[in-house]
Every structure is written in structure tokens, then in C-alpha cells.
Design a protein around this ligand. Structure first.
Ligand code: BG6
Length: 512
């Protein structure tokens, strides 16, 4: 066994073709705030079960729920089991569940109730001894941002951020505020208690394989980088289309809208990964430095009346059924002007990208679910063909399909077989499913494991969050002054104003 392998305690009999060592978390617990919420039940709990099932959690692992809720007897564990069974991606195994269940605890109480916090402290000490969690604890804040400050203060007040007995990390779910000022206040509240390297802000898009592949694609290959700039690229379109409506999240969504919900975080992070320079390494600091340079130089196009568009869906047909409009959804106040679709043109003022617009759009109840990054190239400066020959030739494009049909497509012109020189767009396709036998872990599995391992590259840092708000704030302020909002029919591709926005620049949105 190599010295490195023996240090990490790996099995020398492992398949020699598997050269990667498994990343297994050490003893620890996750204390979850908001454990009864939608996100915890649908994503976090199943991801924890899947990690356990893959053997990536240690025997000394515990999950503690803290909430204002009355669970009696085994009700809490039963709720966790239901959520895990409903959402797990790996097969159900009772043995794994039994091991996990041994470390499950629930502490009832309000976040400002000191007695409840004392019970939480006692529970954690007990787990350190009985379950062997080794004093290592991650506090997962799956709660509205207005509650972050009180929870973080209580963690501090009750000595739980103290690292003398083991590591202490805090995990924060978006939204990180609702504008630059509130994001700064939240960051300050968290920084008061936790060292920066112990703060893990979740942007689950960064946990997706296809998003990480943007870096592999750009920096592991020689062919693409020479054309990755304003000499060759005409513009970039980043699309996050969802076919679903707002579901049961009316309260959250109506106060936030599409731009704050996903452009401020997921789409600007995608843009930064596509636009950034090569980092010195893939450690968190080097990535932050490069992403930050892009975000610091990015601005919405100055004419927001021309280069930003928003809309709200009205009833229509989606997925073969008639669906309600946004204003008819349960819990949405009459006359709400919250946007369910947002599109914005961002200009990045760097040598590489000057003059190349990045068009970002996101919406609910669109034609179909698809997230993609399309890098659209300029036309060849000269084409020695007759006009008729190239009538059906579009612009070359490289499309990174983030989901659901994960892969990369290259669109270029090819000769139509026949006696004439007719040229038409053709596609060259790479599909994950065809190229790899390994399945992609769910984004939350990867991110939770990284938190437990203290591995920060896939988490946006303090500055990135603030810069993203700085980019978006002027657009949101502009929209806030509008008394009405455009509409689009559910199942279509957004409001007419979004089409006009691109038409003004002589371009059209892709129909993914
Ligand atoms: C979340 C948004 O961040 O991402 C939701 O709050 C959205 O509104 C979700 O539905 C989409 O995530 P995914 O991974 O399904 O693209």
C-alpha cells in the first residue's frame, strides 16, 4: 500500500482501476434548523441517507433536528424515515437506516428560547459520548434569512461555535438577503460568530456535475480556450427554464420573484464560471479570486427598459394539463406584480468579454424544464458560397446542457448530401449517459459531504454574494417602480418583451 493510501486507511484490495480514494466524512453531527421544511424533507434528508448508503458517512454520525414542533416518541425519526424513503436515489436498506436512526435526535423549542438551547447543548454532548461524534458539529440553517441572525447569535451564546473540542461549521441556504444592504448585514452577523473558512453558503447549482464540468471543459482541453473570447464569441445565453409553477411555496416566492430566486445566485455563478480566467488551482481561494473578478466587472446593460424583461404566467396548458395562472395560485395576494420570469442582459467589462453580451433568463411554467449555457459564435468573416447555399446556416454554438439531458452539443454547418453545395446546421453531441457508466450524485449529496469534510471550493464566498446583489440591485429597483407586469401564457417561452429585448440586439433566444 502506498504511504498516502495507508495514511487514509484505504483498502489495498480495492479495484486497481479505481484510482480515486473515496472521500469519507469523519465523526460528526449535523444540527438542522428548519428540519420540517420543504427543502429538508425533499433534498437534505434523502441526501444524508444516500451518503450513508454509499458508505460515505462514519458510524459516529448524528442528525439533530431543532424546531418549534411537537414530536412525540418516535415521530421525528418516522418523519425522517418517510422523507428518506420518498426522496432517496439509492436503494432502501434497513441496515443502513438502523445505523442512521441510532444517531437521530430531536430538540423542540423556539430559536430565542434559552432553555431549549440548553437542551440542544446537552443533546450534543450526549451524542459526542454515546454516538462518538467527536465534538464536530455542522449547523445547517435551512430557514428564512430573517432568522439567521438570531440562530447564529444563539449558537455563539451557548458556546456552540467554540472549536476547542472539535470543528464547528455553519451552512447557510439561500436567499442570502434580498439586496446588497441586507446581504452585507447577514454576512456581518455570520462573520461575527464564525471564521470565514467555517461558513458554507449553499448554491446547489455548484454541486451539479454538469456545472463542475464547465471548468473541466474549459481548462482540461486545448481546443476551446483559443476561441473563448470576444474575437470569436458573439454572445452567451444562459437559460434556466422550469415547467413547474410555484407549488406550495407561495409565501416565499411572492416575496422574492425569479430574479432574486435564481439569477442572483445560480445564473450569475454559471456566468462567472463561463467567463472567468483560468484559476491558479481549484482551491476555494483561487476560484473565488477569478469568479470575483468577473462579478466585479459585470453590470446590467444601462437601458433597463430595453435590456431587461420580466413577466408573470397566466393560466394555460403545460404537460398536457390545464394549469392555473400565478395570481390564481393558492396564497398569492391579488394584484401581485412579482415576476415569475426574468431576463437581463449583463455586460462584462474585461478585455476578454468587452462587447459580448451575456443574456440570462429564468422562469417558471415555461415550455419545458431545461438549464443550459449556450456560447454562440460569430459568423465566419467570409463565406465563399452563394446566398441560397447558406440560407439554413445559423451561427456556430457550443451548448453545455446542465440538465435534464446532461451533455454538450456543438452546432456547426455541414453540407447536405447531394449535388448542390447546400449547407445546414448539424449537431455533434456528447451525452453523459452514453459516455460514463458512473451516475452523477445529487448536488446536495456532494455539497453536504464537502461541508463535513471541510472542503470549500464549491461554496460561493462572502464577496461573490455581495457582488451578485450589486449587479442585480439596479434591475430590481427599476422593476420595483413599475406598476404593472407583462404576462405570458403557461407553457410558452416567456413574455413578448423578452423576445423584443433580444430582437433589439439583432438576436433571438434559443428554443432549447
Ligand atoms: C431553487 C429555487 O434554488 O432551485 C427554486 O429556489 C427552483 O425556485 C430550484 O425550482 C430548481 O433547482 P433544480 O436543481 O431543480 O434546477
Amino acid at each position: 500500500m502506498s504511504p498516502a493510501a495507508s495514511r487514509r486507511g484505504t483498502n489495498p484490495l480495492r479495484d486497481p482501476r479505481d484510482r480515486r480514494l473515496p472521500r469519507i466524512a469523519g465523526p460528526c453531527s449535523i444540527v438542522m434548523f428548519g428540519v420540517t421544511g420543504d427543502l429538508a424533507r425533499k433534498k437534505l434528508i434523502p441526501a444524508i441517507y444516500d451518503l450513508a448508503n454509499r458508505g460515505l458517512l462514519p458510524p459516529g454520525f448524528a442528525l439533530v433536528g431543532f424546531a418549534r414542533h411537537d414530536f412525540t416518541g418516535g415521530e421525528f425519526a418516522a418523519m425522517i424515515k418517510d422523507a428518506a424513503q420518498a426522496g432517496a436515489r439509492t436503494p432502501w436498506r434497513e441496515t443502513v437506516w438502523h445505523q442512521l436512526a441510532a444517531g437521530i435526535r430531536f430538540v423542540p423549542g423556539e430559536f430565542d428560547d434559552d432553555e431549549a438551547w440548553k437542551r440542544l447543548v446537552a443533546t450534543m454532548h450526549e451524542l459526542d459520548e454515546q454516538q462518538g461524534t467527536g465534538g464536530n458539529h455542522a449547523f445547517y440553517l435551512s430557514i428564512p434569512p430573517t432568522l439567521f441572525p438570531i440562530v447564529v447569535r444563539q449558537i455563539h451564546r451557548h458556546g456552540l461555535a467554540e472549536e476547542s473540542q472539535g470543528w464547528r461549521r455553519v451552512v447557510i441556504e439561500k436567499p442570502f438577503g434580498h439586496d446588497l444592504a441586507s446581504a452585507r448585514a447577514l454576512n456581518a452577523a455570520v462573520d461575527d460568530v464564525f471564521e470565514r473558512h467555517n461558513v458554507f453558503r449553499i448554491d446547489h447549482y455548484l454541486g451539479k456535475e454538469t456545472v463542475q464540468n464547465i471548468l473541466a471543459f474549459r481548462f482540461a482541453n486545448q481546443m476551446f480556450e483559443p476561441v473563448w473570447n470576444s474575437h470569436y464569441v458573439d454572445h452567451v445565453q444562459i437559460t434556466m427554464a422550469e415547467d413547474i409553477g410555484i407549488g406550495t411555496r407561495a409565501g416565499y416566492y411572492d416575496s422574492i420573484g425569479a430574479a432574486r430566486d435564481v439569477i442572483q445566485n445560480h445564473l450569475l455563478q454559471l456566468m462567472a464560471l463561463v467567463a472567468m480566467e483560468e484559476p491558479v488551482s481549484f482551491n476555494a481561494e483561487s476560484l473565488r479570486i477569478e469568479k470575483q473578478k468577473i462579478l466585479a466587472n459585470a453590470r446590467p446593460a444601462p437601458r433597463m427598459d430595453l435590456h431587461a424583461a420580466r413577466g408573470q404566467y397566466v393560466g394555460g396548458w403545460a404537460g398536457g394539463e390545464h394549469v392555473a395562472g400565478y395570481l390564481e395560485e393558492e396564497g398569492i395576494p391579488a394584484g401581485s406584480t412579482t415576476e415569475t420570469y426574468a431576463a437581463v442582459r449583463i455586460d462584462v467589462a474585461t478585455r476578454r468579454w468587452a462587447g459580448v453580451p451575456f443574456y440570462l433568463r429564468a422562469g417558471k411554467r415555461l415550455g419545458r424544464r431545461v438549464t443550459e449555457v449556450a456560447v454562440v459564435f460569430k459568423r465566419a468573416p467570409h463565406q465563399p458560397f452563394s446566398k441560397n447555399d447558406v440560407e439554413d446556416l445559423g451561427q456556430n454554438a457550443l451548448v453545455m446542457r446542465i440538465q435534464p439531458d446532461e451533455g454538450v452539443t456543438l452546432r456547426f454547418g455541414g453540407k447536405v448530401p447531394g449535388t448542390a453545395m447546400e449547407i445546414r446546421d448539424v449537431l455533434m453531441d456528447f451525452a453523459y449517459g452514453g459516455a460514463f457508466v458512473e451516475s452523477s450524485p445529487e448536488a446536495y449529496e456532494r455539497l453536504i459531504l464537502d461541508v463535513l469534510l471541510g472542503d470549500p471550493p464549491l461554496f460561493p464566498q462572502h464577496e461573490e454574494v455581495e457582488l451578485s446583489w450589486k449587479i442585480l440591485d439596479p434591475v430590481i429597483e427599476y422593476w420595483a417602480k413599475q406598476k404593472s407586469i407583462d404576462t405570458y401564457t403557461a407553457g410558452t417561452w416567456g413574455p413578448a418583451s423578452a423576445e423584443r429585448m433580444l430582437a433589439r440586439d439583432g438576436r433571438t433566444w434559443r428554443r432549447p
